[in-house]
Design a protein around this ligand. Sequence first.
Ligand code: 3SL
Length: 234
Amino acid sequence: MKTIDVCLSPELMHLYHVRDRTIVVVDILRATSCMVTAFAHGVESITPVADLNTCRMMKSKGYIISGERDGKKVQGFDKGNSPYEYAGSDIRGKRIAFTTTNGTQAIEKSKDANKVIIGSFLNLSTVVKYLLFGENNVLIVCAGWKGKVNLEDTLFAGAVIDKLRNHIEPDCDAPLIAHDLYTRAKGDMVTYLSNSSHVKRLDKLDIHKDIEYCLTPDQFDVLPKLKNGVLTLS
Ligand code: 3SL
């Protein structure tokens, strides 16, 4: 049977052999939710970029430049990190360069895996179907917050494990922790997360509507995949 493990923070990546795995990168609030929304609305590609300057320079190459630091849109950038900014027709057929505090860093750390896909609650069932029929063992990489573990990415891992529990075996204890938390939270994830650190951070920025949106499962049937440093649907 294939196995599934959960890397609860990118700081723990050195513990995992990734070359023969499929990695699912997740940053529920909000980077990977934005990415999935953008692909569902016709963006051609997203290039995850680790630093602000590289991202800024991509503007002159025709990219929409997007990103946040500490939850806030970067000054001079075209877009920030609210999924609602990626739900319009203005991004159709465009290329985005994207940099965020945690999500794009987690993608960067995952790039040596056999396959890298982007997960969120918005495309949960599409992710699960792909993992079910794929041949690789799976690692879910939670973006967390500046190296620390967070609840929302862990819940997503638990949701994937819940759907795959009869088909893929947990590799260690992190999948068991994630699944247990998800079982407690699944009835009302918004309430469950109300005391979590990033929900509190986003509440201070008055962006509560993003939270409910990002926790809504199965809105889109898209699966962004990383190839040569660029995310596309192909
Ligand atoms: O860290 C990230 O990648 C972001 O998703 C954080 S925030 O939701 O924009 O604050």
